[in-house]
Design a protein. Structure first.
Lengths: 118, 344
């Protein structure tokens, strides 16, 4: 594989990854997932709750690519294409729903819909 | 390996995030930023101490680039989760995406890096911004003179959420830092060879591409203009076993044979730079190895399209008669038409 960066150029089609690079990416994915989870639980704004799920999607995508790099396999990246598709579909539908909900109660707070718990 | 340093860093990060939840004066915010970056730095040093030693692969430059990008991404994510104004939160998410995309580049996933930028930063985030602007007019009832609504300023149960997230992150991190982990941190020569072989198999699946690469390699070693023109018209011939391309045992190079118009054959050796690049290999894998996932993605997008149309449709109150007329049926009051419709 030709890599457009001199630091990664190598004669072999696929080069092995340095363990530290993969590991630090996985730790980053973990941190992003944790932050996204905190955001999802603490935010009261419905749109931002969805945005926090997107952050968790990002973390998953990062982990997929890092593991794919570790195994030197493209399946991880293919999974990310799938994640992108699902995220796009989810954004379109969830935001459509949020707009409908906003029209009904004139607020984005998810607590306006707390009576749906019963 | 021990993960204590990682746990400490995660705990520090959780405390910083807890303190960021409320609005703070500027000096305090600066101190929090430093502490948060220190937490990421601690995590990076935990990785640097515990990562399996590389078998002489690459220089440490990319590692520090990864750490720098992690700091940008985590800072952006923390601010996105705590910012009281939703539009700024969405913009901080763009920062996270940029950092993740550069990370993808470093992990040799060039296509995904740019797809992420185009789809996420370009399309999804713009949708979010549109909806935020649709739903948050100035002088909103919920805002009441403040510059953001109450529900954006007050977090819900931050302590519980942070403890939960810390437990999940620490438990998963423990799996990552395990010494007896089965993960191939250092790729075995067999794994490298198999990956190289797969890359050459992909090239062999693209005959025109393979012929072009073989001719290009042969042209490089051609002595004069006549030899170059002869090579330009050369065709690939199958090697023994019927394959067009034979990978070397370690997967680093592959050989093919070209046949010139005058019947002489030229053996060419392709090195790693001739293998399909990331986007070509990805496209090949998507269509040749996992076609069902491609179809499935199409179905998901189609369903989302239907869903969006159903949600966006204006709900019209129609009387029974109008509904029948819209469906092409005769009106109820129209007795003649009903009888004629019945007869037909």
């Amino acid at each position: 594989m030709t890599i457009p960066m001199a630091i990664l150029a190598d004669a072999a089609p696929v080069t092995a990854a340095a363990p530290a690079n993969v590991m630090v990416t996985l730790v980053l994915a973990l941190a992003l997932f944790g932050i996204g989870l905190v955001g999802f639980l603490t935010r009261r704004n419905m749109i931002l709750m969805f945005l926090c799920t997107e952050l968790m999607f990002q973390a998953a995508a990062l982990a997929f690519v890092a593991f794919g790099r570790m195994w030197m396999d493209l399946s991880g990246q293919l999974m990310v294409i799938f994640i992108l598709t699902v995220a796009a579909a989810e954004a379109a539908l969830a935001l459509g729903l949020v707009v409908l909900l906003y029209r009904r109660k004139e607020t984005l707070s998810n607590e306006a819909w707390a009576d749906m718990k019963e | 390996m021990n993960a204590n340093l990682f746990y400490a860093a995660a705990a520090l990060g959780a405390v910083v995030l807890y303190l960021m939840m409320e609005q703070r004066p500027a000096p305090f915010r600066a101190a929090l930023t430093v502490a948060g970056l220190a937490a990421v730095g601690l995590m990076a040093s935990a990785v640097a101490r515990n990562a399996p030693a590389p078998d002489g692969i690459e220089n440490p430059g990319p590692f520090w680039l990864h750490v720098l990008l992690s700091m940008v991404a985590v800072a952006g994510a923390a601010r996105m989760v705590t910012h009281p104004r939703p539009v700024y939160a969405a913009l901080y998410f763009v920062l996270v995406i940029l950092a993740v995309a550069v990370n993808f580049l470093l992990l040799q996933a060039e296509f995904m890096a740019f797809a992420l930028l185009i789809v996420y930063a370009g399309a999804i985030l713009i949708t979010y911004l549109f909806v935020l602007m649709l739903a948050q007019q100035s002088g909103d009832r919920a805002t009441r003179g403040e510059d953001s609504a109450w529900y954006d300023r007050t977090p819900r149960e931050p302590a519980v959420a942070l403890v939960l997230a810390f437990v999940i992150v620490a438990a998963t991190g423990d799996a990552l830092f395990r010494k007896d982990s089965a993960l191939p941190w250092n790729a075995s020569p067999a794994l490298v060879a198999r990956a190289g072989e797969r890359a050459w198999e992909r090239l062999a699946d693209m005959p025109a591409q393979l012929a072009d690469e073989a001719r290009a390699v042969a042209t490089e070693s051609a002595k004069d203009e006549a030899a170059r023109t002869a090579i330009a018209g050369a065709k690939l011939v199958p090697l023994e076993g019927g394959r067009m391309l034979q990978a070397s045992p370690d997967g680093a190079t592959a050989t093919a044979t070209l046949k010139l118009a005058d019947g002489t054959t030229v053996d060419v050796t392709l090195d790693g730079s001739r293998a399909p690049d990331n986007s070509k290999a990805l496209g090949h894998a998507l269509v040749a190895e996992f076609p069902v996932s491609l179809e499935l993605a199409g179905v998901i997008l189609l369903m989302a399209l239907f869903g969006a149309v159903v949600l966006a449709r204006r709900q019209m109150e129609m009387a029974e008669d109008e509904r029948r007329a819209a469906a092409g049926l005769p009106r109820i009051g129209d007795g003649d038409a009903l009888r004629r419709g019945g007869a037909a």
